[in-house]
Design a protein around this ligand. Sequence first.
Ligand code: UTP
Length: 476
Amino acid sequence: MTTDPLHVELSSLLKPVGQEHVLRWWAELSPGEKEALAVQVRGMDLARVNRLARSLRVEAERAPRGGPLQPPPIRSLAAMDAVTRRAAREEGERAIRAGQVACYMVAGGQATRLGIDGPKGTVEVGPVSRKSLFRLHAEKILAASIRYSTEIPWLLLTSDATDRETREFFEREGNFGLGPAQVRFLLQGSLPAFTPDGRILMKTRSEIFMGPDGHGGAIHALSGSGLLDDLLKEGTDVLSYFQVDNPLAPPIDPVFIGLHRLEGAEVSSKVAEKTDPEEKVGVFALRDGSLTVVEYTEISDEDRLARVEGGRLKFRGGNLAIHVMSLSFLDRLREEGLSLPHHPARKIVPALDEAGRPTTPSEPNGVKFESFIFDAIPLARTSFVAEVVREDEFQPIKNAAGKFTLEDARQALSRLHARWLAGVVEVPSDASGSPSQPVEISPMYALDEEELRSRVPPDLQIEGPLYLSPEPVPGE
Ligand code: UTP
């Protein structure tokens, strides 16, 4: 029996939740390692950890699946009449100018599939400029701030995995020219990884294997950090949410923001048509009358493959992870103490084995829990789903090879900008319709096709890679 008071304290926390094995190498740890482990254990929400671990062992504690799925109503933005579109744009622009709109970008993920060193936001996505994802998003927000004569706040969610390097990157880049009060970092929570039967996994003999708690952590971090209160005091009305890994995401879309307000929605979401049932995106559906997103890992084969007359998929509203959320909704979730469910996922976890030896598993050996931002949607009293053109707004960077690579994203940006330009000047293209040379338009030159048309000289000749920017090309 140890009389080490630190061991006694930690043991009294871990034993009741069946996780005392975390301390099994205690006797061989240095004082510093013991203290570090104590900080980790004390910092964990052990009641939550216990609930999650039990859900792996006890079938009855898993979230119920609910009733059958129905396709939801979806409005196409492309097919919207000009009068409604103009009214929506005016409403959105009014809100942006009045300082009622803030952007919220999540960047806490570990980029495991991309396998890079450092946060995903640092990858050089510019097809010609090679500017980083962080810079690209920042310039869109800066350009919109200038256009609407305001300083749009930009909230960035980081995690223990990305926080330090993200902040350093922003510091080195002088916040990309954004005002000091504009960029606001929030740190999301972490959760331990488990064995399939609910035992906490160790990274080293003195460190629990932790990971970020999913992009749903964005909602908790907002109230936990005090930023929700700050924004409410500042008169912010809506948050425009997007994910760092999608370079095509428009952080500020006045038409979408305007529609959200005119519809009186608590949450609005963008979708694009899913045409391949195997594509790894979640779909929107109605379940028990509530709008919900069903992840591609959680939909039944029958629903995934179902088609309607004419051959389109029955559940074709692919989730683009672009939402507008009312702050009053997020405030209500906090008031009502509503939290998002945690979904278990089998993952490769290079943790210690039972004998304390490092492992390099090639198959999923552990379970990580994550909450998903879209699980907030069924909690909204009113919601709105808008269909957009996929090629305009969605090309996330996910994998090092195969689909959704960095190179795919560069090409998607280049094709989009070439389409904008093609309305004004001749853009040489190859047999597939893609520009024969990469094309890039800086957000500081033009934020959208309409602005580009008013700026680009009609006698512009494209003879090589083209980067239209008010500043010189970096490195030249
Ligand atoms: P993904 O679920 O695609 O994960 O995140 P990822 O971390 O980028 O990549 P993998 O799965 O490890 O390969 C989608 C978006 O959600 C953010 C990511 O930063 C990305 O913008 N995210 C994800 C968080 O902010 N926190 C998380 O815990 C998970």
